[in-house]
Design a binder for this molecule. Structure first.
Ligand code: PMP
Length: 364
């Protein structure tokens, strides 16, 4: 090119400090107990809806408004209080971009879902992690203690991942009241498996925002569809930060069918709850320590051989997620709960893998 020399420009300093997030996807043929997805399929009615999309429809930019009205109705909210997002991940990004500036602080109880820290660290704000109490219980007092006038966002996953622990409604109210200058995000990605919500606080408490996803119980992780709900005033600001077409037409076309097939979601959730009970009883029998979970996964403590264990499970066609590098999770492996049949099959792999690593039940 005629001797022209250039170099790659430097990114912003904040971008350099963002930790790379590489989910270990790769070849995932096998029983997928690694990403807390629905382990079977979405409702067949959703696939029918996809099949009805015309070629002409795909020529148009996606229109999220009518679908937001539908979701608002489903959640008993006003349309102005609902924003559809490209998964909860985008909701977190939008929230951080809207509220976190220089001199601000975000409070994050840990361990928790990785993307809060990823998006917060790309802003000019300071991220303050609050370690969980014993047995990963929600660190209410420590969190309240860290609230200052600089606190701008408090992110709470309820139920939390990877621990499956929950926060009470009273605790959320106490936090919202103690930090009126901050947006309190309650991420209810696993709501269906827990059944408790603070969605009714949306609009009533202007500093509470609630996130939901179609990635878990609905089985639509591949479509990337999330919901952010907040008071109208806050939503006005957040709408400015979202890309206008981030939720694509295929995802939008599925929402009505997904919401309407309540029977499918109820069936899947009841399968998971029964399977969770069965699987944790098996963990007891095999003397594997775990934390009782309100979500579609269980955090187990395998101990120093967590890596070998995860590989042994993989070799038997069962994918699990090593979480030992999460704060306070040394030796821990997270196992998604699927259907009863799947969890029965996984117990054989579990027993064999434990035998392979020489498990005696004293290690963890
Ligand atoms: N929140 C939590 C607590 C999660 O565990 C996950 C995904 N594992 C997400 C949000 C991401 O949801 P989505 O697929 O809607 O981006």
């Amino acid at each position: 090119m005629n001797g022209v020399k250039t170099k790659a420009p430097e990114p912003r300093a904040q971008v350099k400090r963002v930790k790379e997030y590489h989910p270990p996807l790769g070849d995932r043929s096998g029983l997928r107990l690694d990403f807390n997805e629905n382990t079977i399929a979405c409702s067949p009615k959703v696939l029918d809806a996809l099949g009805r999309i015309s070629r002409a429809e795909l020529t148009k930019y996606p229109e999220r408004d009518p679908v937001e009205r539908l979701v608002a109705e489903h959640l008993k909210l006003a349309p102005e209080q609902v924003l559809l997002t490209n998964g909860v991940d985008e909701a977190i990004h939008v929230l951080c971009q809207t509220y976190l500036g220089e001199g601000d602080e975000m409070l994050l109880p840990v361990p928790t879902y990785s993307m809060y820290a990823v998006y917060a660290s790309a802003t000019d704000a300071r991220l303050l992690e609050v370690p969980a109490d014993k047995d990963y219980r929600f660190p209410l007092l420590a969190l309240l203690d860290k609230i200052t006038p600089a606190t701008k966002v408090i992110a709470i996953a309820n139920p939390n991942s990877p621990t499956g622990q929950v926060v009470s409604r009273e605790a959320i109210l106490e936090i919202a009241e103690a930090a009126p200058q901050a947006m309190v995000l309650v991420d209810e990605a696993y709501f269906h498996f827990h059944g408790e919500t603070v969605m009714d606080l949306v609009g009533r408490l202007p500093n509470v925002t609630v996130a939901r996803t179609f990635s878990k119980a609905y089985g639509l992780a591949g479509l990337r569809l999330g919901v952010l709900a907040a008071g109208e005033e806050s939503m006005k600001w957040m709408r400015r930060m979202i890309s206008p077409y981030s939720v694509n037409s295929l995802a939008l076309a599925c929402v009505s069918a997904a919401l309407a097939d309540t029977e499918y979601v109820s069936w899947y959730v009841s399968e998971v709850l029964a399977a969770r009970e069965f699987f944790t009883a098996e963990l007891d029998r095999l003397r594997v320590p775990y934390w009782p979970s309100q979500a579609n996964f269980v955090l187990t403590r395998i101990g120093p051989k967590h890596g070998e264990f995860s590989i042994a499970m993989h070799n038997r066609g069962v994918l699990v997620r090593d979480r030992s590098s999460d704060p306070g999770c040394d030796g821990c492996v997270r196992i998604t709960i699927g259907t009863q049949e799947q969890m029965k099959a996984s117990v054989r792999a579990l027993a064999e893998s434990l035998a392979e690593i020489g498990w005696t039940g004293e290690e963890a």
